[in-house]
Design a protein around this ligand. Structure first.
Ligand SMILES: Cc1cc2nc3c(=O)[nH]c(=O)nc-3n(C[C@H](O)[C@H](O)[C@H](O)COP(=O)(O)O)c2cc1C
Length: 378
């Protein structure tokens, strides 16, 4: 059967995400309830947290755990069961996702008239390995005057968009605006220059192929996949394969975790080819770098990436991180060095995020665990 080559499937995204090309299903199911419930909490801490959990985060692992200490104080921890040890061995990307969470928390608190005081790593940190120590202490204060952040308005519309991007180059002025003022100690850059674009498209595709072809790194994505609405409702996280076609392939036994895991299968090849197609459609790239690569740099990157996403949404553009070249495992070493050369980084500078940016058909929100599931039981 040659279903694998038909056009109705497009496979894109981090690591082998299969999505229908027209994925714009804002189906009102329980897995999406947190998007509807954001802000619907009486107490200010829960209200701000209900937005924070909508933040972008690697593989949608949602590794946050919140310990509510008092009405105005909480401690944020990382759920160490939700790391990505193969593709993110030092949890650099997980910490960036936690930085996105903290920035979305800060903006939501400000929107509702509170000042969020965020103290990262109050008990210190280990740059190589995350441990049980808290990621941040959160305190809500009452400022004398508070001014809401205009970017907050885009929080519920922000998406990671893995569709093919249109052959339309984003305007240089818009790219400059969205990459400016993203934070201290953050270098934000973009390119839509044909020669650099071509080299970047080739390198991100090569890196994606390395991840697909390395069994242990590819399996990390397969294990994160939720196939069809039943699995998504039961575990509202990870990378989703949904829509009528996915349900049909799933119920026929063609699409499941076993067929995805089989690197000789049509499903695998479709994913691998689809990734290349989506990377090649990039009309522009943006990237964020930091002068060093400490945990604080990673938290700052998360805040900057969240702001970049919201600015992108405000400008009517789509964004999709392509993180493979930035990952720290043996098979990727060469690509990691080459991406730094290609982007002209100097000294100790570390590229933390690389994303394609452009115009694409809209997508719906990704699943989230409800806030209640992420609050540490007392
Ligand atoms: C540090 C980081 C790295 C990411 N890398 C990728 C990536 O390589 N490919 C991809 O498709 N998505 C990537 N994402 C996007 C997440 O998969 C996405 O945020 C998550 O699935 C939730 O979806 P949402 O952003 O639409 O809410 C990354 C996100 C973060 C914060």
């Amino acid at each position: 059967m040659s279903f694998s080559r038909r056009n109705f499937l497009s496979i894109a995204g981090s690591s082998a995400i299969i999505l229908p090309t027209t994925a714009c299903t804002f189906s009102h199911d329980s897995a999406r309830d947190p998007w509807h419930n954001a802000g619907n909490y009486e107490d200010p801490m829960r209200r701000a947290l209900s937005y924070a959990l909508l933040a972008p985060n690697p593989h949608n692992r949602q590794p946050w755990i919140v310990d509510l200490l008092s009405e105005n104080e909480a401690m944020l921890y990382c759920d160490l069961e939700r790391l990505l040890p193969q593709t993110d061995p030092y949890s650099r990307q997980i910490v960036i996702g936690l930085g996105c969470f903290l920035e979305q928390f800060r903006m939501a608190a400000q929107q509702f008239g509170r000042q969020a005081i965020i103290e990262p790593f109050p008990e210190g940190f280990n740059d190589k390995k995350l441990d049980q120590r808290p990621i941040a202490k959160l305190t809500l204060a009452r400022p004398r005057s508070s001014q809401a952040d205009p970017l907050f308005a885009y929080s519920l519309d922000r998406r990671t968009n893995r569709n093919l991007y249109e052959d339309k180059t984003p305007d240089e002025k818009i790219l400059k605006t969205i990459t400016s003022g993203l934070g201290n100690r953050i270098f934000a850059n973009f390119t839509n220059r044909p020669d650099q674009l071509e080299a970047l498209r080739d390198l991100v595709t090569e890196a994606a192929h390395i991840e697909f072809d390395t069994k242990r790194t590819y399996m990390e994505s397969v294990e994160a996949m939720r196939i069809g609405s039943r699995q998504i409702r039961a575990q509202p996280d990870g990378l989703v394969l949904e829509g009528a076609m996915m349900e049909a392939l799933h119920s026929l036994g063609i699409l499941n975790h076993d067929s995805l895991a089989d690197q000789s299968s049509a499903m695998f090849r479709t994913g691998r080819d689809g990734y290349a197609k989506s990377a090649k459609s990039a009309p522009a790239f943006v990237w964020l770098s930091t002068p060093t690569n400490t945990r604080l740099d990673q938290i700052n990157t998360g805040a900057a990436y969240l702001r970049l996403c919201l600015k992108t949404t405000a400008a009517g553009l789509a964004i999709h991180p392509l993180s493979q070249t930035l990952q720290e495992y043996r098979e990727m070493e060469n690509a990691l060095a080459r991406i730094h050369d290609l982007l002209g980084t100097k000294n100790q500078e570390r590229v933390q995020m690389l994303a394609r940016i452009g115009y694409a058909k809209a997508v719906g929100p990704s699943p989230r665990w409800p806030l209640e599931a992420k609050i540490k039981p007392t």
